[in-house]
Design a protein around this ligand. Structure first.
Ligand code: GUN
Length: 282
């Protein structure tokens, strides 16, 4: 049987450490503050944003929600960011993605000052990550590195196969694993004969956004399987990118959905925001 990696438990442990850092900052007169910009009425985005705010407040941080209409102009959105860049009560700025089509996402992300880029999506943050310099790491891949470390899984020298190449997960995930001396293979929707690659993996990161896409034929005996997917199956039930039932028993370790990677993403956002606040008192 595979060992189940409990992201809820590991996330909670890290949140307690982050909470202690919040308390220390408060004794220095600083309350870490996160601003979240939400454009439009996307129901999934609304849920994510509400969870981010709740999690901030639960550990004593300040959170501000800036809600903008679906048809907001790019100029007005950039003006909000410029204001938050200057606001001393705000240490982290997050623009919830996706944005409406009329808005240039690159321009918006690029407008966030690197010191407050707690999503780690701006070109400066991405460049620093590639160079192995200290910066804000994208929350989901950063959380996965924590899951591996807390589970005692050695990364150096291992073959990690990433399935999916998004800017938010796949690409930075490969880079973080490479920074820790893994051998990294990227695969994606156009990869021919995917199982040929995944079957060689010591660590599989499934981040394709397709329900139950990774099955027994993709997984080598004893591999570590990390499932980043949040999908709905035909019964409208939450499921990951990995067919858990098929792979459990083959993998040495596996993350469940829900309760695996999910709880780590917000945890690392809190960690990044507190780090941004700590940087202002150094
Ligand atoms: N949309 C889906 N995931 C994310 C994320 O990690 N950050 C932001 N800003 N938007 C998202």
């Amino acid at each position: 049987m595979s060992q189940i990696i409990n992201g809820k438990e590991i996330g909670q442990k890290i949140r307690e450490e982050v909470q202690t850092r919040v308390a220390t900052l408060k004794t220095q007169g600083v309350t870490p503050g996160l601003a979240v910009i939400l454009v439009g009425e996307n129901p999934a985005s609304k849920t994510y944003v509400a969870n981010k705010q709740k999690s901030c407040e639960a550990i004593g941080m300040h959170s501000a929600l800036i809600k903008l209409a679906e048809d907001v102009s790019q100029e007005a959105l950039l003006a909000e960011i410029a204001k938050l860049n200057q606001d001393d009560a705000i240490h982290g700025i997050l623009v919830q993605l996706p944005l409406p089509n009329h808005i240039d996402e690159d321009a918006v992300i690029g407008a966030i000052t690197p010191a407050k880029d707690v999503d780690g999506f701006s070109p400066v943050s991405v460049g620093k990550m590639m160079l192995g310099q200290d910066t804000f790491l994208p929350c989901t891949p950063y959380g996965i590195m924590k899951l591996l470390a807390y589970s005692g899984i050695e990364v150096a020298g291992k073959h990690a196969v990433i399935v999916g190449r998004s800017h938010i997960v796949g690409k930075p995930m490969g880079q973080l694993l490479l920074n820790e001396d893994a051998t990294v293979t990227y695969t994606h929707s156009k990869t021919v004969n995917l199982p040929y690659y995944t079957k060689q993996a010591d660590i599989i990161i499934a981040a394709v956004g397709r329900p139950n896409f990774i099955t027994a034929e993709h997984v080598k005996e004893g591999a570590v399987v990390i499932d980043v997917g949040i999908n709905r199956n035909e019964q409208n039930k939450l499921c990951g990118d990995v067919d858990f039932k098929a792979v459990e028993g083959i993998a040495s370790h596996i993350t469940p959905v829900p309760g695996g990677v999910g709880p780590m993403t917000i945890t690392m956002l809190l960690d990044n925001t507190v780090k941004a606040a700590e940087n202002t008192v150094k």
